[in-house]
Write a protein that binds this ligand. Structure first.
Ligand SMILES: C[S@@+](CC[C@H](N)C(=O)[O-])C[C@H]1O[C@@H](n2cnc3c(N)ncnc32)[C@H](O)[C@@H]1O
Length: 226
């Protein structure tokens, strides 16, 4: 299998199952025009997030790592009219582009971009004591993932779903000679998961337009029920 084949299959699936959506296409165009890196999820991944949020019946969603708001739009579109999404972005330029993209998609009443370092914003969210988040998507700097996951647990409820992107890192996750800090952080995250009794989790490897990587899905459980 080659990367060209993965990309061709992604193209085929996207063509048949993910009709062109002006707001999403425009978000990608505006993000590229503003010079943002093309690090957003693929259309197929965005739709998976959307479907998971709908299957979950999510009313409150937290995203850590907004970029231009592409995944934010997919997720916010899964919310009911009185739903709520908070997305955290440290880079003011990314946050500004995302806010414009979200507004253009007609989702400004549902999705709020909080600008700042996630490690500053997450304690603020906890202090606000609003309703717990039903779905949390972690997709910011990769070395922060273990800490973001701990905060996600604090901000979730039994039954919440936590999704963490880019955990496989071209297979380096299981190459113990690889000491890249992003890879080491993903191993720490998996070690954390293995002893965390409040969740049951699995990691799925993926290929496609974004290359070889993968994501973790964790379900928050009653303690000791896994
Ligand atoms: C992979 S991109 C997010 C992609 C986005 N979720 C999507 O799929 O459309 C990661 C984003 O996280 C942001 N980021 C990096 N470190 C952060 C931090 N400590 N707190 C909040 N955001 C951070 C980056 O500026 C970048 O915009």
């Amino acid at each position: 299998m080659t990367e060209a084949q993965w990309t061709a299959v992604d193209g085929y699936v996207t063509e048949l199952l993910i009709p062109k959506e002006p707001a999403l296409d425009e978000a990608l165009r505006a993000s590229a025009e503003a010079g943002l890196p093309p690090n957003q999820v693929s259309p197929a991944q965005g739709k998976l997030l959307h479907l998971l949020a709908r299957a979950q019946g999510a009313r409150a969603i937290l995203e850590i790592g907004t970029l231009g708001g592409y995944s934010t739009i997919w997720l916010a579109r899964a919310l009911p009219a009185d739903g709520r999404l908070v997305t955290i972005e440290t880079d003011p330029k990314h946050a500004e582009v995302a806010s414009t993209n979200i507004a253009r998609a007609g989702l400004a009443h549902l999705a709020e971009v909080r600008t700042g370092n996630a490690l500053d914003i997450l304690p603020q969210l906890a202090a606000e004591r609003r309703e717990p988040f039903d779905l949390i998507f972690i997709d910011a700097d990769k070395t922060g993932t273990p800490d973001y996951f701990k905060w996600a647990l604090d901000l979730a409820r039994v039954g919440s779903v936590i999704i963490v992107d880019n955990v496989v890192r071209k297979g380096a996750l299981a190459d113990f000679r690889d000491s890249d800090p992003n890879v080491v952080a993903m191993r720490q995250f998996h070690e954390l998961l293995s002893v965390e009794r409040r969740v049951s989790a699995t990691t799925i490897q993926t290929v496609g337009t974004k290359g070889y990587d993968g994501f973790t899905l964790a379900l928050v459980l009653d303690q000791n029920s896994r």
